[in-house]
Design a binder for this molecule. Structure first.
Ligand SMILES: N[C@@H](CCC(=O)N[C@@H](CSC=O)C(=O)NCC(=O)O)C(=O)O
Length: 286
C-alpha cells in the first residue's frame, strides 16, 4: 500500500512528444487505492504548464479518455496538461457496489455521499476538487491555472465543480452532460442512493439548480450535445433545462446541438480540439 503523498508509477508512454503517465496512490478521502492518468505536454519539460481536468462518465476508468479522445496532439501543441481521475472508489466492495453500471463502482457521480454505507468511501467531489489537485500540484510542473471538462456523468461533475468553485477554474465545458440529474432516471438513482430520499439535498449536486440559485460560472459555459445520442433522446441529459436555467439566470452558455452524433467517444474525438482550444484561451487570459 502507498502512503497518502506517495505516487507509484504504473506506466509511462510517450505521446506527441509528451508523456502519458498513470499513477497509483492511496486516497485518504476515499479510503482506498486509486489510479489516475496525467498527460504532460512537451512544454512541461521546460516550464510549469496549465492543467485541464477531465471527468469521465459511467463505466469509465482513468483510461477511456486518454485512449479514445485523441486529445494528446492538440494538448501537446497548446502546452496543456490533462488529468483524468477514476470515476469511483475502487476495491471497497460495499454490498451492491458492482451490481449495476450506473451506481457504485464506475458511477461515483462526483458527489459526497451521506448515506451509509456509501459515505465511508464515495466522496468523489472532495477527491477531485481537494485531494487530487493538492497531490498533482505537489508532484508535477503545473502553474496553478486550471480548467475542467467532462462527459455525461463527468460533464455533470465538471459543471458542478465549476459552479461550486468559480474562482478555481478558468473555464468549464462538457460533452453530453447529465445537466439536470434531479430530474432524470440516472440522477434519481444515484442521488437517491448516495444522499437519501430528501430531494432538497440533491439540489446542490445539480447544475441547473445551482445556476437557479445564483451560482456564477467561471466563463461562458461550453456544451456540445449529439442529437442522435440515445441517452439524450431518453431524457437522461436534459440540455434544454440547462439552457433555460442559464437564460433565466443570465449565465452565458454556448450549447451546440450536433446532428447525427451519438454518446460515444467518436463524438468526443470529433470535437475535443474545440474544447481544448476554448480552455487554452481562457487559461491564457485567466
Ligand atoms: N451500457 C453502456 C453504458 C455506459 C456508457 O455509455 N458509458 C459512457 C458514459 S455514459 C454517462 O456517464 C462511456 O463513456 N463509456 C465508456 C466508453 O469508453 O465509451 C456500457 O455499459 O458501456
Amino acid at each position: 500500500m502507498t502512503t497518502s503523498d506517495e505516487l507509484e508509477l504504473v506506466s509511462a508512454t510517450k505521446s506527441f512528444g509528451g508523456w502519458l503517465k498513470r499513477y497509483k496512490h492511496h486516497s485518504k478521502v476515499l479510503g482506498c487505492e486509486m489510479i489516475f492518468a496525467i498527460y504532460l505536454p512537451p512544454a512541461a519539460e521546460e516550464q510549469d504548464v496549465p492543467l485541464l481536468w477531465w471527468l469521465s462518465g459511467l463505466t469509465c476508468t482513468d483510461e477511456n479518455f486518454m485512449q479514445k479522445a485523441g486529445a494528446h496532439g492538440t494538448a501537446a501543441e497548446l502546452g496543456l496538461a490533462i488529468v483524468c481521475p477514476d470515476t469511483s472508489p475502487r476495491g471497497t466492495d460495499l454490498p451492491g457496489e458492482h451490481d449495476s453500471y450506473d451506481f457504485g463502482s464506475g458511477a461515483g457521480f462526483y458527489v459526497n455521499a451521506t448515506e451509509a454505507p456509501w459515505n465511508r468511501h464515495f466522496r468523489m467531489y472532495d477527491y477531485v476538487t481537494e485531494e487530487l489537485p493538492a497531490l498533482v500540484a505537489r508532484h508535477f510542473p503545473l502553474n496553478g491555472q486550471q480548467s475542467i471538462s467532462g462527459h455525461s456523468m463527468g460533464g455533470h461533475g465538471a459543471l458542478v465543480c465549476a459552479l461550486k468553485n468559480p474562482e478555481r477554474y478558468a473555464s468549464v465545458s462538457a460533452f453530453a452532460p447529465i445537466a439536470n440529474p434531479t430530474q432524470c432516471p440516472w440522477g434519481e438513482k444515484a442521488l437517491g442512493g448516495y444522499l437519501g430520499d430528501d430531494r432538497e439535498t440533491w439540489k446542490e449536486w445539480d447544475a441547473c439548480e445551482l445556476i437557479a440559485t445564483g451560482a456564477p460560472a467561471p466563463a461562458e459555459i461550453k456544451v456540445d450535445q449529439g442529437e442522435a445520442d440515445n441517452f439524450y433522446q431518453d431524457g437522461q441529459l436534459r440540455p434544454e433545462a440547462l439552457e433555460a436555467a442559464c437564460k433565466q439566470a443570465g449565465v452565458p452558455l454556448t450549447l451546440r446541438m450536433l446532428p447525427g452524433y451519438d454518446h460515444s467517444y467518436f463524438f468526443i474525438a470529433s470535437f475535443i480540439d474545440d474544447h481544448l482550444r476554448y480552455h487554452a484561451h481562457h487559461l491564457r487570459s485567466g
